[in-house]
Design a protein around this ligand. Structure first.
Ligand code: NDP
Length: 329
């Protein structure tokens, strides 16, 4: 028997989360059984620990959209007992039982070998949020982002994706303008390498202007909503915005076609869930070289399985700073 965070739904449709004991026979069938060391808390986890957000198909459910650990048993030639592995995406923790347990059973296709240079705790300090930040930076680079063009904007900067994006961009030598609604996190963001702190209020109003003055050489946007509508109009000629999240709204409020056709601005969609295996491996290897481990450590807040109901509610309110690492043991 081992511990798992089980979310169940009562007759009134309310969900309840608590740590319970389950056995190997309770796990879904799949090729690889993993003994989990660490998981983490992403925005989606907040939804799946709580009301489900339309992501969870069946109850009882074990959330946790990512984990790192050691293979215990494998029916697939690519993995053998003792291998260190990482999992992000593939709707694990949503449609399939996830990482908030001491063991998980998943498809071999969903795993990536733990990259050399990271331990399982560091891999989950990065987690889905950090992997997505890296994918966003890679996409911006692939579309011509250059240090000489000026500052790169990171929105939702004190959150998980934003913190990792800030640290990676600063390490690569970019000037980073970090947008936050939490002025008290200014020192934290400067410690990660942000050169300027931009108050969230500067992007709070929808404007009908077709364009604003050109300011940014690139943008990693975790927020969407009004903010993304404004940011697009402030991008320099020929630059790109990597849209990774919707913490501030799913619509692009006040957006117009003008930045695209008058300034050649690109809007790049970043999805980590169905990302190709070779690109995941490329991103994990880039994390090893481009994310300083002391900066990663500065983002980490430790947690256990029993802390998760509280942390899930906090991340949905934008109250979590940086990255939470959940020691499931
Ligand atoms: P966090 O909650 O850690 O970070 C989100 C940050 O956005 C907050 O910390 C806050 O930053 C800011 N924010 C929150 N609410 C608002 C608001 N109403 N208006 C403006 N800013 C706001 O979440 P994650 O970093 O884990 O995820 C961020 C987003 O990215 C989520 O929407 C998530 O679903 C998405 N995501 C997408 C992935 C993909 O594959 N595309 C993968 C992972 C995440 P601050 O206080 O600094 O302003």
């Amino acid at each position: 028997m081992f511990n798992a965070l089980i979310v169940d739904k009562d007759e009134d449709g309310n969900t309840h989360a608590g740590v319970k004991q389950i056995g190997l026979d309770d796990l879904p069938h799949a090729e690889v059984t993993v003994a989990i060391d660490y998981s983490t808390v992403n925005y989606k986890d907040g939804l799946c620990i709580g009301p489900g957000g339309g992501l969870v198909r069946h109850y009882p459910h074990v959330p946790g959209i990512d984990f790192a650990g050691t293979v215990e048993a494998s029916e697939d030639d690519r993995y053998k007992p003792g291998d260190k592995v990482v999992l992000t995406g593939w709707r694990v923790g949503e449609a399939h039982w996830g990482g908030y347990a001491q063991k998980a059973r998943v498809k071999a296709d969903w795993l990536v070998p733990l990259p050399e240079g990271l331990n399982t705790r560091q891999a989950m300090a990065v987690g889905t949020a950090g992997l997505t930040a890296m994918l966003a930076v890679m996409a911006l680079e692939d579309h011509g982002m250059e240090k000489e063009h000026g500052p790169v904007l990171v929105t939702g900067a004190a959150g998980g994706v934003g913190s990792v994006a800030t640290a990676i961009l600063a390490h690569l030598g970019y000037e980073v303008a970090a947008v936050t609604g939490r002025p008290e996190q200014a020192d934290y963001l400067k410690g990660l390498g942000a050169t300027t702190i931009v108050p969230r209020e500067e992007f709070a109003e929808v404007t009908r202007k077709p364009l604003e003055s050109e300011q940014w050489a690139g943008c990693v946007d975790a927020v969407g909503g009004v903010m993304l509508g404004r940011v697009l109009k402030q991008m320099k000629y020929g630059t790109s915005v990597a849209a990774i999240g919707l913490a501030g709204g799913a619509a692009i409020e006040g957006a117009l076609i003008t930045p695209f056709i008058l300034r050649g601005v690109n809007l790049l969609g970043i999805d980590s869930v169905m990302q190709r295996y070779d690109n995941r491996v490329r991103a994990w290897n880039r994390i090893v070289t481009d994310l300083p481990m002391d900066k990663l450590e500065a983002m980490v807040q430790p947690a256990t399985l029993s802390d998760l109901p509280k942390l899930g509610a906090e991340i949905l309110k934008g109250q979590v700073k940086g990255r939470i690492v959940v020691d499931v043991n």
